[in-house]
Design a protein around this ligand. Sequence first.
Ligand SMILES: Cc1cc2nc3c(=O)[nH]c(=O)nc-3n(C[C@H](O)[C@H](O)[C@H](O)COP(=O)(O)OP(=O)(O)OC[C@H]3O[C@@H](n4cnc5c(N)ncnc54)[C@H](O)[C@@H]3O)c2cc1C
Length: 449
Amino acid sequence: MSTQTLAGQILRPGDDGYDQARTVWNAAVDRHPSLIVRCETTRDVVAAVRMAREAGLRIGVRCGGHSVAGKSVCEGGLMIDLSGMKGVRVNPGQRTARAEAGLKLGEFDRETQAFGLATTLGTVSATGISGLTLGAGFGHLMAKYGLALDNVTSVDVVTADGCLLTANASENEDLFWGVRGSSGNLGIITSLQYRLHEVGPVLGGGIFYPANKTSEVLHFFREFSEGIPDELVIQAAVLNLPEVGPAVAIAACYSGSLVEGEKILKPLRKFGSPIADVIKEISYVEMQSMFDPFFPPGRYTYVKSNFVRTLSDDAIEVLAEYGLRRPSPHSFAPALEHWHGAASRVPVTDTAFPHREYPYNFMVWSNWASPSESEKNIAWTRECWEAMKPFLASGSYVNYVSDEGDTFARAAYGPNYDRLVALKNKYDPTNFFRLNHNVKPTQAAAVAS
Ligand SMILES: Cc1cc2nc3c(=O)[nH]c(=O)nc-3n(C[C@H](O)[C@H](O)[C@H](O)COP(=O)(O)OP(=O)(O)OC[C@H]3O[C@@H](n4cnc5c(N)ncnc54)[C@H](O)[C@@H]3O)c2cc1C
């Protein structure tokens, strides 16, 4: 491939910008692609796919670079980097936004909020919209408006044979179903169209308690979560507060009438004796970057996560015990997200993402500063997850896990797995797109076994 045929740049080891382009959020991922194509246009993406096919190169597809499993960077091979593709066009009249794949959450939110609009994305502003949406997209608006992928109305996809297809409810409907939840298995998405909603200031922030109160706080969290309306999304985590030390937090975002929100949040704000209550009226853009200081790039990360089958008293005791024994002050662990409302009302087979029925998602999200601390942090993460296993469902949210494998993929895609295999057979029979939580097409599965 010559540089003249591309609008973007080709980088090789040793070139200026190569190391920056291959570096992703998780410092534990240190891979060296043979080539990086920094795409600027859809034509560049098509050219990169065709070139990789002709040369028989394995590929990685990078957008926001936030995959904790490092799924966007390949060792050797060709990294197709869309992170420079940042066009976005908001249509306030129709309440839609067409966004190129390289946008980060904060960049997208700033554009849509200029018109008082937003859609569900994640909770850390530097995360890429693409990887997040293709996996599912849990965020502060998920109970009112569904997951990020529930708000996607159309996508442009470059397929394994280097063709550009549009997929939506009336064109390539099977592909449209599959891309929403299959995390890059079916092609490279170059742009996504989202449905937007009116979103004004929110009541958001967190309430923090001493870490030795984790059991009481999680009992309250469970009871409080059972009756909350769609406007409210809450999460709980053990973390370290600067100048305070270990704490347990309940984060909240209420996205309805602020007067009503004050009433709804009253039981939370009256519970126990918090170290701090920082829930207040803030802009949605501020809410979307509130967690950023806890997740700077360049830390080492290992995550295990599953949906919770039953959040029993015994499960809470396990969480409280491990919360007091975290080896790293940077970890956000153990943690629970409350999944409910609109996201839970979508039928399991309406999109490829199947996990609609569990009210809690459990995470051991371990972050640490130096590779010398890797062994103890990975061991603790696994130990905590093993202790929680009796209370967990088999399925995981693909966007939150470091480990993988066939058994994992089957559980992660659940009842939609076989339909995804059929789509792989149709759109990617040679498993060209395999650096992801992979669904193997029949031909590749036969070769592997
Ligand atoms: C600090 C942090 C906070 C997070 N917070 C949330 C959260 O609040 N809610 C939530 O749901 N998730 C969250 N996540 C998880 C996040 O959704 C996933 O890590 C997601 O994959 C990141 O997308 P990305 O584009 O940044 O990643 P990348 O690493 O660039 O890509 C991730 C995967 O998606 C594939 N992919 C990316 N773009 C495309 C594309 N255009 N076409 C085809 N395949 C593509 C890649 O090949 C790779 O397999 C968080 C992750 C981190 C590290």
